[in-house]
Design a protein around this ligand. Structure first.
Ligand code: FUB
Length: 322
């Protein structure tokens, strides 16, 4: 497969993949795009998703099994609208799906739904996680009994409406030399249902050890957190949003700080770029999406996978999006 991307679900529009190896198979947890008829705007109202499917594969080059609808917005007691990028973690015989959804006040919160099986279906909790906000949860199983959630997203993702985990009177986006807004990381409670602590900033430093600024818009965090470990280092990867790059930064601890290292994927057709990085049978893969099959309609995205490679120094080799 090296460097030749493959579309995974040609019959439907799926985006924002989270991917994990459970029971020796690849399980994909995407957003489910559809033509809702809502006009495109900077708030992301056109991403009006209402359910999730799960997909599995025995091999990245093999057939893809669609396990059908595993969670529907109409079954979530606190739901307003817009099921965006989710992730799933496994602990002690249960699978926990974390999903962002607007509540009835149009505020993004993060919910949890539970299953006995990786392919679901998932049963949602009655309320969102206490103290949760914004979008794009991605969960790291650190292998020592600790699980960490990374989350956050600008613009429609509402991160600019918060400072120090408190809602502001009105949104403030930093500008110029001001430090860029950071994604968030929080350790999960042992029962996986709530945050165990206050979320902290995922600080990304430049090569001189200085936090990235708002003006570093080709490097700074925007949305789409993902985290993986390679050679005992923590690789935090993310989208730069309005500059359309997938980038990464490397650190020694789950809380960071992380040092910016480069571009994983150059811009794809479509506005958003979003991904998961996973090891399977000693090879590494980048799962992502683009809007080529829909003719560039940004809200109708299609899942892809391509092999990902590292240099001998542990740097990720840049993949061309187009
Ligand atoms: O799919 C809706 C939003 O678009 C996701 O939550 C973001 O990461 C971006 O892909």
């Amino acid at each position: 497969m090296a460097n030749k991307a493959r579309y995974l679900v040609p019959g439907d529009y799926m985006a924002d993949p989270a991917v994990h190896v459970f029971e020796d198979k690849l399980f994909i947890y995407p957003s489910h795009d559809w033509e809702s008829g809502i006009p495109e705007n900077d708030n992301g109202d056109h991403f009006n998703m209402k359910d999730y499917h799960v997909f599995s594969m025995d091999d990245p080059e093999g057939s893809v099994t669609d396990h059908g609808v595993v969670l529907d917005v109409k079954d979530i007691p606190w739901a307003g609208r817009q099921l965006w990028d989710c992730d799933v973690a496994y602990r002690n015989g249960k699978y926990y799906m974390y999903f962002p959804l607007k509540d009835r006040n149009d505020i993004f919160r993060i919910g949890v739904a539970v299953s006995d099986r990786p392919e679901g279906p998932f049963t949602p909790e009655a309320n969102p996680m206490w103290g949760s906000y914004s979008i794009d949860p991605a969960v790291l199983d650190d292998g020592d009994g600790n699980f960490y959630m990374y989350f956050g997203g600008l613009w429609g993702g509402q991160l600019q409406r918060y400072r120090n985990n408190k809602a502001l009177e009105s949104a403030v986006l930093p500008e110029g030399d001001e430090p860029a807004l950071c994604g968030k990381v929080v350790r999960l409670r042992d029962d996986m249902m709530q945050f165990a602590e206050e979320p902290r900033d995922v600080v990304i430093l430049d090569e001189n050890g200085k936090p990235l600024t708002a003006a570093d818009d080709k490097k700074r965090f925007f949305e789409a957190s993902w985290i993986h470990k390679y050679n005992d280092k923590y690789y935090f990867s993310y989208s730069t949003g309005d500059t359309h790059l997938l980038c990464y930064a490397v650190g020694d601890k789950p809380y960071g700080p992380f040092t910016y290292k480069g571009v994983i994927l150059t811009p794809v057709v479509g506005w958003t770029t979003h991904h998961a990085i996973v090891e399977f049978k000693n090879k590494w893969y980048l799962f992502h999406h683009d809007s080529v099959p829909s003719g560039g309609r940004t809200w109708l995205r299609s899942l892809k996978v391509v092999e990902l490679e590292y240099t001998a120094d542990g740097l990720i080799k840049t993949i061309e999006g187009i």
